[in-house]
Design a protein around this ligand. Structure first.
Ligand code: PLP
Length: 398
């Protein structure tokens, strides 16, 4: 018997740590871009579990791949060969076109920890003085572990948890990065579209210029693609879209469609020796088999032209909405299926969030006042239409 929402909420409050400002909607299943609550009511999901459910909810192909792998073998440890892990690494390299090798972890933060370790070792073994500083950007987000929290250049997240590891320096924006370089700088870590910082895509020419400049300085360019990666931008990586060749790429969220996984890829193919880095769960049979299926599905979406059509249809819908309600939405921003609508302040954003949820369409927040849209990459025209109809309906009460 399914629990009542009331009992479940109480159990959640009694037994789990209160780290999330939860919305107490009680979902029990999903199909495509729809979620169903315990009363059978359907919601249009424009958040996809924060860019995680890349191939939609209840995807048959993904479910079958996971079930089959679970019956065969879930985990052996990285002490032995793991066929889907090697195949997934090869597929990521093939689809990205980057000449790199891959290490698998279990989350975005963990992938970024790997990137920071690559940067530190690179700084230790290259050049006369030991270099250890990593430059990151204001309004960035890189994770919740102690060092990725410090890499996250948002002071409000640094209360209580110090002392933090040394070696992170913050730049205001892309153009400010050269000012922050010192003799001990080994790397720059940044998102090409800041996911938590208000859906802010950086300028392509500025990024390309920065990439060239860092190469000349022998400083690593590390791109955090935990949110932008896995076809969210329309290309496998936003780095592909920006036409740059980073030294390090991290990714996670959409990679295995909801099964926990993270990956760090680097062109420094021999940076690590056995013992330098590792993970118990990272790259196991279950998560990498799931990710292989996700990449197969998304490659088909891309090659058939469906992904491009979905992106332009969704974007058109958002732009129309912005034009119809310019007094509510100041600006439409974003890239691919990672998009945002800026509202004039936090108050109107909160009202928007409440009204859309009442009308059963799920939207996320980014920064102080941006409504963030990260739909599943396989969302149908009908689901998009339904979602926007519901949003339009919620605006009647504004
Ligand atoms: C979500 C996110 C992370 C952290 O990923 P976790 O899996 O929650 O550890 C890091 N960087 C970016 C850009 C993210 O969006």
């Amino acid at each position: 018997m399914q629990m009542t929402t009331h009992d479940l909420k109480q159990m959640d409050l009694d037994y789990t740590l209160h780290t999330y400002a939860r919305n107490y909607t009680h979902f029990v299943r999903g199909k495509g871009a729809r979620l169903f609550d315990n009363e059978g009511k359907d919601y249009i999901d424009f958040g996809a579990g924060i860019a995680v459910c890349s191939v939609g909810h209840g995807n048959e192909r993904l479910a079958n791949a996971i079930c089959q792998q679970a019956k065969e073998l879930i985990h052996t440890s990285n002490l032995y060969l793991i066929e889907p892990q090697a195949k997934l690494a090869k597929e990521l390299i093939k689809q990205s076109g980057y000449d790199m090798r891959v290490f698998f972890a279990n989350s975005g933060a963990e992938a970024n920890e790997g990137a920071i370790k690559i940067a530190r070792k690179f700084g230790e073994v290259n050049g006369e003085t030991k270099r250890y500083q990593v430059i990151t950007l204001d309004s960035s987000f890189h994770g919740r572990t102690i060092s990725t929290l410090k890499a996250t250049a948002q002071d409000k997240m640094h209360h209580y948890f110090g002392p933090f590891p040394d070696g992170f320096v913050y730049a205001k924006d892309i153009l400010d990065i050269p000012n922050k370089i010192s003799p001990v700088t080994c790397a720059v870590l940044l998102e090409l579209v800041q996911g938590e910082g208000g859906i802010t895509p950086f300028d392509k020419a500025e990024i390309q210029k920065l990439a060239k400049f860092l190469k000349e300085k022998n400083i690593l360019l590390m791109i955090d693609e935990v949110q932008t990666g896995i076809y969210r931008s329309g290309e496998l990586f936003a780095s592909n879209y920006y036409e740059i060749t980073p030294d390090v790429i991290t990714t996670a969220k959409g990679l295995a469609g909801g099964v926990p996984i993270g990956a760090v890829m680097t062109s420094l193919k021999d940076i690590f020796s056995p013992g330098d880095h590792g993970s118990t769960f990272g790259g196991n049979f279950l998560s990498t088999r799931a990710a292989l299926e996700v990449l197969e599905i998304l490659k088909e979406e891309k090659q058939s032209g469906r992904l491009e059509k979905t992106i332009s249809y969704f974007t058109q819908k958002l732009q129309n909405l912005q034009k119809s309600y310019p007094e509510i939405f100041i600006q439409e921003v974003g890239l691919g299926l990672m998009r945002g609508l800026r509202l004039k302040d936090t108050e109107s954003f909160n009202l928007f969030l409440q009204k859309t949820c009442e009308n059963r369409v799920l939207v996320l927040k980014s920064g102080k006042n941006t409504a963030r849209f990260l739909p599943t990459l396989t969302i149908s025209k009908e689901e998009i239409d339904e979602g926007f109809e519901r949003i339009n309906h919620s605006l009647k009460d504004f």
